[in-house]
Design a binder for this molecule. Structure first.
Ligand SMILES: [Zn+2]
Length: 279
């Protein structure tokens, strides 16, 4: 799944290519693609795309009368639609501009979870789906994070993935942040305190920055195998910090990757989530 760095760099690319182009037509290509009934998307017709922004993992296509909120979910992509065929493969929605170009939202697979919400700018951040997001991962301060930790006592890895706690991170960055912070993915957020919050904020900012630097060198969104990192999906490889072997553990239907020496004082985490080893 694209996470904050991938979505942010993509928003920047789209702004560069499409800002100023006027919307000629918006076309949902499936019955489920458009998640809102009002305002009607046609309110944006004739208006230029002002900017493509981001909140959490959502892309924001900003026109003066309304903003299209786009969530790519697992296999979604928003790209130049070169063919503009009547029934594009995996097509979910299309924005056609008066300069002849078009943007196409596609989703691989059959899950059909990617979607588009039309929102009036004044209520954008106070209505679903954006109203329930936690603070932005790039901007959150240690004080804010400590407060959210106290509000949501849970395992750190689950916390980092939960968009209501903090917005923009997914499985990959949750693994990388725990590793950089030298904390167990199963550490309890309720016990991390101010020091823990500071370590986690520094780790979030470093991991996101690393991803952004890489992603901004690319012409299009990376695939997950290309993204930089130390532990995510590197089971069996050597930890870049200490040389120990990266391990994996199953946790609430996810595979979590970690370095025992860096993160758990050498302890190997057990799959059973009720295990006494999960500290
Ligand atoms: Zn290590």
């Amino acid at each position: 799944m694209p996470e904050l760095p991938e979505v942010q760099a993509h928003a920047e690319r789209l702004t560069k290519s499409y800002a100023g182009s006027r919307l000629a037509r918006f076309q949902p290509l499936t019955f489920t693609a458009l998640k809102t009934a009002v305002p009607p998307p046609d309110q944006a017709l004739g208006h230029p795309l002002e900017h493509v922004g981001r909140r959490g993992k959502y892309l924001l296509l900003e026109f003066a009368p309304l903003t299209f909120v786009v969530h790519l979910m697992q296999g979604g992509r928003l790209k130049e639609d070169e063919k503009q065929s009547a029934k594009p493969r995996g097509g979910q929605a299309r924005w056609r501009f008066d300069d002849g170009r078009a943007l196409l939202l596609t989703e691989a697979g059959t899950e059909r979870k990617a979607g588009v919400w039309c929102m009036e700018p004044a209520v954008l951040l106070t209505s679903p789906p954006l109203d329930s997001l936690g603070p932005e991962a790039m901007d959150v301060t240690a004080e804010q994070l400590a407060a959210v930790f106290a509000e949501h006592p849970m395992r750190l890895h689950g916390f980092l993935r939960d968009q209501h706690c903090i917005a923009g991170l997914g499985r990959r960055l949750a693994n990388e942040v725990c590793h950089r912070a030298k904390l167990s993915p199963f550490a309890s957020t309720g016990k991390l305190g101010a020091d823990g919050a500071e370590r986690v904020v520094a780790a979030i900012h470093d991991a996101v920055e690393e991803g952004l630097i890489y992603e901004r060198t690319r012409a299009g969104m990376s695939s997950s195998a290309d993204r930089p990192g130390g532990v995510h999906k590197r089971t069996g490889e050597a930890c870049p910090v200490c040389g120990d072997t990266i391990r994996e553990v199953e946790y609430s239907s996810y595979t979590v990757h970690y370095c025992p020496t860096c993160q758990t004082a050498g302890k190997v985490l057990a799959d059973n989530t009720t295990s006494r080893f999960l500290k």
